[in-house]
Every structure is written in C-alpha cells, then in structure tokens.
Design a binder for this molecule. Structure first.
Ligand code: GLN
Length: 531
C-alpha cells in the first residue's frame, strides 16, 4: 500500500465518550491485521500544549519519548498498540495558529488576508497528512478532541470535510455518540444521535460509521432506526456498551465487525480475523483474578485521570500477577503526623505521586517516612522520589530544613535543586527536562536486577534535580543513588537496599508500561507486595 488511508474519529452529544479508547482500539485491530498504523490527537483548545493545564482541567499530561507534553489519550494509544508516539502525534489549535502567525510574520503569505478558511484549515490539513506522507503508515487515525458543535471544532470539521472530498474512499469518519436511557420511560433514546449526525451533515460530513455509547444493550430495531435516520449502513452502526475494562473494548469492537466495516468502506479486502492471542491471554488473566492487593496512591488530586498512566501501569502489573489492584487515593493535603498511620495502615504498598508546587508536599514526606519506618513497599515517582530524598535528609541525615528549591528557594539544604541551565528561564511553558533520557544503573543494585540490564531509557518531566553536593552523605547512610544520567551525572534513581522495596525514580516509568509489555519496576513492585 502506498497512499496512507485516513480514519477520523469525532464525538457528538457529550464529552467523555471514550473517543481515545475507540481510536486506540481501531489502531490495535488494524495493527493486528498487519497494517502499519499511527494515531494522532488534535485538540481544539488554544493552549500550545497541555503542559500548563491543571489535571482538573485536563487529566494527566502524557509525555512522549521525544519530549512533547501531550493529551492523556496518547497514553491509551501507546498502551494499546505498543507503538511509541512522537510530537507529530499531538496537535492543538494553539500550535496551528502559532505556526500560521509565524508564517504571516515571515511573509510567507505576502499580500493575502489570513483567514480561518483557507489558512487555518490548510495548516490543519497539512499537519493531519504529515505522518501519512512519510510513507511509513498504511493508516493514520486522527482523533478530534472536544464535541462537534463546539465553536472551537469548526475549523477541524471543515478540514475533514475537504480531506474526505479530496480522498474519496481513502478517508472515513467514525462518529461517536451517546444513547441515553430514560429510566422513567424505560426507553433508550436515539434523538441526540440523530441531531449529532445532522450537525455533522450540516458541516458537509456524512459519518461512515457510528459508534453508539450506551449503558444498556441496543437491539437490532434501534440500530436499524439509527441507520435509517442517519444514512449509515446497518453493519456500520456499532454499539459500545460499558465494559468491565477498557481493554475489552477492542475485542468487543472486533466482534461487531468495526475493523471489517472500516476496511470494506475503504475497498480493502477484509480477510481473516486475526487471533490476538497475547491480548486475550491478558484479558483472561484479568477476568480470572479474584484476590486484590491494596495500593495507596498518595497525591494531591483525588481524581482518576490525574494519575492515569500510573493506575494503568499498576493494573497491568497486577494482572500479570493474577491480582486485582484496589487503589486507595490518599489526599496528601489531609495527611498529618497524627493520622498518617491510620491513613496508610491498610495499604499493602504505597505510591508517592508526581506533582508540582507546595500544596500537599508535607503529607507526601510523612507518607515516605511511614513507608520507610514500617518497611512498606514504596514507589516514589518524580516529585514522589524528591519527597523520599527530602524525608531521608531531614530524618536520617539530620538536616531538619532540607527541602527542594521549588518549595523553599532559601533553604541552605536544598537537596533537590534547580538545574544550572534552567536558572535564568522566566517562562513556565516548555522549560522542563522532558522526554526520554538514558540512565546507567549501578551493577549489583536492586534496579539493575529488576531491569535485567544496566542501560535504560525513561521519560522525564520535571525542572528540579537531586543535588549531587549531598550524594556522599546519602550513600553513607543507606540511600543508594543507583541510577545516573551518563552525560550529566544527574541522579535518576534512589533506593534503600535494606528495605523490602523503597525506590524513587526521577523519571516517569508509567509512560512506558503497555498491556503486552508491562513495566519491570511496576511488575517487581507488585511482586514484592504479594510476597
Ligand atoms: N515539581 C517537581 C519538579 O519540577 C516534580 C515534577 C513531577 O513530579 N513531574 O522537578
């Protein structure tokens, strides 16, 4: 296949329908059929990237290996397909406008009035086709964020309309809608779907495939009705009922023939359905797991989406150990000396979460101390690792005022400090150590055993670093700096060899755990908890 084919995924009626999971599932199903795929996300907001958005607004910020701060849906794409995304897989209206305005200033459009149509839409179209034009992909799946009908979505719909017109059968639109159930009437209602499809049609786009999100099973009569009202073939009206796990979605989509319908629409021979053995094995393990382990997640957001990749990584690892993981959010702002034992006593393991800013850090430090003193398996990630370091400095090294420069710029015992190269930067966006960096593991260390190798690469997202001035003191007292950056010598991992599992990583291992390749640190953490 030479020319890449395009699949657009849009959503109507309400947000949070799970377009990201559907996009990831489509990618996975086509990948299983041997196609080369990539999935990209276009977000209609004006932020250049989601890096400065608070998790309440936007959930977790996912970081690609090449250092782009992106939408959490890219995490789903990677976890489902195992294919790494890059900065080219994530785009926002902010970046589109920035690029158009930069071109205008450079004089690229000399003499022209710059308008949404055609300049913004051309920029969108050009970006959408960027990965497809590399010749590396058979299918480019493009998920459009937001809900159609939003003012912000209009330029994207116009771009899709034009692309569909230009590409003919080589582009299809998969539209997600919602079918609400009205309890009082005991009825499922298709009217919002009809309206949503009308909205698409009024923008000149006929959806090829409809995916109806529903909490109750839709019978053939209802599907027939939707098909008839919306000009969509019956086999292209697919339902997506609530399932016990997002990882069941691809299987459910395949059972209803989603991938086959897409291929047929595009005139590609459908062939045999692939077996997907390892994926099904994973699902069987999940269904078979009855016992649970309890993991306390110590962070300042008691919100699922804020720590999405960590939750998924724990869940992948637990599944492979025949366990369910029972996550218990512990708000670090509510932890104090008097209640820390009570808050954490029933946890089999503790994760101290990443984060930014002062709020809730003393609670994280108390949690680290509790875990160290009671020898509860404890995993500190990024800010969590920094809090392990501060706690150790205060309690073991006797540096009572030890802190991070982020929290206390004047502390003499800045065990966590700003990188030299960052000290003069004034802006907040785009000033962090981002993306994958190499790390050398000390032979014989716990982490070297866990990884089974000594050269690793992991993804970062932070400004502050372990201050090497204090390193000899830490090592002399039992906290080993067992992972170092080979170029800068920055400390990337700390561990306490005499504890059951006390490891902090400056990087975010959770970005690299996938369904078929669970992360070794999470695997070993869970294994230790079970033992
Ligand atoms: N706030 C810390 C830093 O910037 C940690 C960031 C994080 O946890 N991602 O270094």
């Amino acid at each position: 296949m030479t020319q890449a084919k395009y699949i657009f995924v849009t959503g109507g009626v309400v947000s949070s329908l799970g377009k990201g999971i559907i996009s990831a599932s489509i990618g996975k199903l086509l990948q299983d059929r041997g196609f080369r795929i990539t999935i990209q996300k276009y977000d209609p907001y004006i932020n250049v990237d989601p890096g400065t958005l608070n998790p309440y607004e936007h959930g977790e910020c996912y970081v690609t290996a090449d250092g782009m701060e992106t939408d959490l849906d890219l995490g789903h794409y990677e976890r489902f397909t195992g294919i790494q995304t890059t900065r080219a897989n994530s785009m926002t209206t902010g970046r589109i406008y920035k690029s158009v305005i930069d071109k205008e200033r450079r004089g690229d459009y000399l003499g022209k009035t710059i308008q949404v149509v055609p300049h913004i839409t051309d920029e969108i179209k050009c970006n959408i086709q960027f990965l497809g034009n590399t010749g590396q992909y058979d299918f480019v799946i493009t998920e459009i964020g937001g809900t159609i009908g939003d003012i912000e979505s209009a330029p994207y719909l116009e771009s899709i309309r034009q692309l569909k017109w230009e590409m003919g059968r080589d582009a299809v639109c998969v539209h997600l809608t919602y079918v609400p159930y009205l309890r009082a009437a005991d009825e499922l209602k298709t009217k919002p779907t009809q309206h949503s499809v009308k909205e698409m049609q009024s923008n000149g786009i006929q959806p090829d495939i409809l995916i109806l999100r529903t909490e109750k099973h839709l019978d053939d009569h209802l599907r027939q009705k939707v098909a008839g009202f919306c000009n969509v073939d019956l086999e292209c009206v697919i339902q997506s009922e609530d399932l016990s796990s997002i990882y069941e979605v691809p299987v459910n989509m395949q059972r209803q023939g989603l991938d086959a319908a897409i291929l047929r629409k595009m005139g590609i021979p459908v062939g045999e359905a692939p077996a997907a053995g390892p994926w099904n094995h994973f699902l069987e393990l999940r269904q078979g797991a009855t016992q649970s382990i309890r993991v306390a997640l110590v962070g300042k957001y008691d919100l699922q989406d804020a720590y999405k990749s960590i939750l998924e990584s724990l869940s992948h690892a637990a599944t492979y150990h025949h366990r369910k993981v029972d996550i218990h959010f512990v708000n670090s702002e509510h932890i104090d000396e008097h209640n820390v034992v009570e808050q954490l006593a029933d946890a089999d393991g503790i994760v101290i979460c990443p984060g930014f800013g002062q709020r809730g850090i003393e609670g994280k430090i108390l949690a680290a101390q509790y875990a160290r003193e009671h020898d509860v398996p404890c995993f500190g990630i990024c800010l969590g690792m920094q809090m392990m370091v501060i706690e150790f400095a205060r309690d073991v090294l006797g540096l009572r005022d030890a802190n991070s420069r982020e929290m206390d710029p004047n502390t003499p015992n800045n065990v966590i400090d700003l990188m030299e190269s960052q000290k003069n930067l004034a802006q907040m966006g785009g000033t962090m150590r981002l993306g994958a960096y190499g790390c050398e593991l000390q032979p014989g260390s716990r982490v070297a055993t866990i990884y089974g190798e000594t050269h690793i690469r992991e993804r970062h997202r932070h400004r502050y670093e372990f201050n090497n001035r204090f390193l000899p003191d830490f090592e002399a007292h039992g906290m080993r700096c067992s992972g170092r950056n080979p170029d800068s010598d920055l400390v990337e991992i700390v561990e306490m060899p005499d504890k059951r599992w006390y490891i902090g990583t400056q990087f975010h291992p959770e970005y690299q755990s996938t369904v078929l390749k669970p992360h070794p640190l999470f695997m070993n953490f869970i294994k230790t908890i079970i033992r």
